[in-house]
Design a protein around this ligand. Structure first.
Ligand code: ADP
Ligand code: MG
Length: 696
């Protein structure tokens, strides 16, 4: 087997390959485009395209595609071959600079949330040279942004890139106050991906898993995760084989997959990569998810990426580890000197302000029908946003706010009156797993995103909200320097912390008291997607996106609509699958079993006069009562579902799904599940939680 160091990145047109393959002048101007956002001349693009094509063909590629992320959140690709027939009947392989830079997929079948009504259906894709091109299954994939001809972003990547520019600009203004030169500043992301693996056979026998990615029915297994034996446990051979193949493929694609382990729930696993620039990290996460889904089939497995495939046991998250890097320096490293620490406190305060002011947007950015089942349940953070700082930082914040001396564990006093801040050590060990937004030493970990989500939205919100905090600070401080700046900065930090202290919470986010406490503090608690989405289009939030040119009002509106429609469509599908499974799968099976019990009673009685059939009769009663209850809930669901479909307004329809239909679906599920545990195992028509979660 080839060495990992040889395989790694072998399918990526990375800087190393560029340098090797491009004339040095071309390489230099491409680097300028990548690092400084300079636009790419067509002459340069032609040379790059030729080199890319030659490289790709050597690696066995026959096609190329612009690889983009429409508002569905997943990736899209349309393969075009390099083939170019010539007059003598032969063909050459060609790929032009124009084809590299721009593509024209038909945009009309992608969700656009009304943008299509007002603008031309056509869209174009444009190369994002800051993400490397790569070869996947004999196709040269060029990561691209996707826009309409009038310039509206039709994808997830464009606003993300815009938000990265916004934060870079404002962060540079702030760093300038600390005497630093203008530099390349990027938000970094590390996306921890959780997933379930189930056997193909079990999966194929469950319409709910196939259609919805989650079980709509299923009684709790006899054993759940309470023994805590799965987390970090030895990895089963089948799973291990899958993980190995996945690692190999990801490494070849230059995806720095690093950590793999069994997660808390049975059949649940995690893969964490090494973090990188936000846009690349998100591309890589999407590639990872795709590879997981495809490779699982090589091992007789199906990879479930739904946020809550099984009720009552942990759902899957995708923690968004987020930080800011200036070159090699992590700006959330507290640093060595007092000035480094002051800078750190300015940035930390900026995050606290951003998360408090835009808590609604952050919650919205992770809202989905699937995640609604996860948030607030089994070891997932609640739907309320708060920040966990850890004991030491918390004490520093308190000291700043109360204007008292800060003494750390070693009792080293710090005088906050003058700008001498402590060279503090962040206690990395104190991890509060219950917090939705935690400072973890030198980065923030946003734990609300679910496993299925594209992290562009939450990263875009974080970047933009942070850009706003940094802008406010720079606006207030520019013109000040030296001691005057230091004193003003500390006052600014103090005032800002005072104003936003409510968002800091170091306690247990899982406990009931927190809900009451959060309400007292005035923190938002959007329990469902239907509740969370409207804030996207609130004036305050549209103004934020407009101010930093991340999204126009039209783009915000269109995204809101797409999210609403997606929610409604998913719930429509779930309601349909539920009804169909009840009518055609569960009711027939339960009735058959009841009939068998009934005929047994008759048989026993005729075989043995005076036979005691109490147990059989009681069971029959239960089964018939269960069937009745199922029917009642089924009719209720049917009526409510039809009523919902008649509601034209998408928001109102979403509200109906969230608050009227889901509760009925829960009841229907409960009625079916109650029959599962009293019905003959061999007659139960679908694999149960016991069967699925412990498949080897
Ligand atoms: P845990 O499970 O304790 O959260 P992991 O090691 O599984 O820790 O995941 C941490 C993730 O955070 C990794 O993907 C890692 O690359 C990422 N990370 C570390 N430093 C940074 C940073 N500066 N910016 C963004 N992500 C980071
Ligand atoms: Mg984590």
């Amino acid at each position: 087997m080839a060495k990992v160091s040889e395989i790694y990145g072998s399918m990526v047109f990375n800087e190393h390959t560029m340098q090797e393959r491009l004339p040095s002048a071309t390489y230099k101007s491409l680097l300028k485009t990548m690092k400084e956002g300079k636009s790419l001349e067509i002459e340069v693009a032609n040379v790059v395209a030729h080199a890319m094509k030659e490289w790709a063909i050597e690696k066995g590629a026959t096609h190329f595609t612009h690889w983009f992320q429409p508002l569905t959140g997943i990736t899209s690709e349309k393969h075009d071959s390099f083939l170019d027939p010539v007059s003598d009947g032969r063909a050459i392989m060609s790929f032009s600079g124009k084809e590299l830079i721009q593509g024209e997929p038909d945009a009309s079948s992608f969700p656009s949330g009304g943008l299509r009504a007002t603008f031309e259906a056509r869209g174009y894709t444009a190369w994002d040279p800051t993400s490397y091109a790569f070869i996947k299954d004999e196709v040269l994939c060029i990561p691209t942004a996707f826009c309409s001809y009038t310039g509206e972003a039709l994808d997830k990547k464009t606003p993300l890139l815009r938000s990265m520019s916004a934060i870079e600009k404002q962060a540079n203004r702030v760093l300038k106050l600390f005497g630093e030169p203008n530099q390349h500043i990027v938000p970094t992301v590390g996306a921890e991906q959780e997933y379930f693996l189930v056997s193909e056979k079990a999966y194929a026998n469950r319409q709910d898993l196939v259609m919805c990615g989650r079980t709509l029915f299923g009684y709790a297994p006899c054993k759940g995760q309470e023994l805590e034996e799965h987390y970090f446990g030895a990895i089963r051979p089948t799973v291990n084989e899958f993980m190995k193949e996945l690692d190999d493929e990801l490494w070849a694609l230059g995806v720095p997959a690093r950590t793999k382990h069994n997660e808390v729930a049975p059949a649940q696993h995690e893969l964490a990569p090494i973090y990188t620039n936000a846009n690349r990290a998100i591309d890589e996460n999407l590639l990872t998810m795709e590879k997981m889904r495809l490779l699982a089939s090589h091992h007789g497995l199906v990879c479930l990426q739904h946020e809550k495939p099984f009720e009552g046991i942990n759902g899957s998250g995708k923690h968004n580890n987020w930080s800011l890097a200036a070159g090699k320096k992590n700006l959330f490293d507290p640093g060595e000197s007092p000035m480094d620490n002051l800078r750190f406190l300015v940035l930390l305060t900026g995050v606290i302000q951003a998360v408090d002011d835009y808590q609604d947007l952050l919650r919205m950015s992770v809202a989905s029908a699937g995640n609604d089942h996860r948030l607030g349940a089994n070891e997932a953070p609640p739907a309320i946003i708060s920040i966990f700082l850890g004991d030491e930082l918390d004490a520093i914040v308190d000291a700043l706010i109360d204007e008292h001396e800060y003494t750390n564990a070693e009792k080293v006093a710090m005088d906050l009156g003058v700008a001498v801040l402590p060279n503090f050590l962040i206690d990395n060990t104190d991890r509060n797993r219950t917090s939705p937004f935690a400072f973890t030493g030198n980065k923030f970990e946003f734990r609300m995103p679910g496993s299925a989500v594209n992290l562009s939205d939450s990263t875009m919100v974080l970047n933009t909200a942070m850009a706003k905090s940094l802008k406010d600070f720079a606006d207030a401080m520019e013109g000040k320097s030296g001691k005057e700046f230091e004193a003003a900065a500390i006052d600014y930090i103090r005032d800002t912390l005072k104003a936003h202290q409510r968002i800091i919470f170091n306690g247990n986010g899982y406990c009931d008291e927190w809900y009451a406490e959060a309400e007292r503090r005035g923190l938002a608690n959007f329990r469902t997607t239907a509740d969370a989405l409207p804030c996207f289009v609130s004036r305050k939030n549209v103004e934020l996106f407009e101010e930093f040119e991340v999204l126009s009002k039209t783009e915000v509106m269109s995204r809101y609509e797409v999210k609403l429609e997606k929610y409604n469509k998913l719930l429509n599908i779930e309601a349909r699958v539920m009804k169909r499974m009840v009518r055609r799968v569960f009711l027939p099976a339960i009735n058959d079993y009841a009939a068998e019990v009934a005929s047994n009673i008759v048989t026993f009685k005729s075989a043995l006069s005076g036979a005691n059939v109490d147990q059989q009769e009681a069971l029959l009663h239960k089964l018939l009562a269960g069937v009745k209850e199922i029917d009642v809930q089924l009719q209720a669901l049917d009526a409510a579902h039809h009523a919902a479909l008649a509601i034209a307004n998408q928001q109102q329809r979403a509200n109906t799904y969230a608050h009227e239909i889901i509760p009925i679906m829960d009841k229907l599920r409960g009625a079916v599940d109650a029959m599962e545990i009293i019905t003959d195992r061999d007659r139960w028509p679908v694999p149960t939680y016991n069967d699925i979660l412990f498949y080897v």
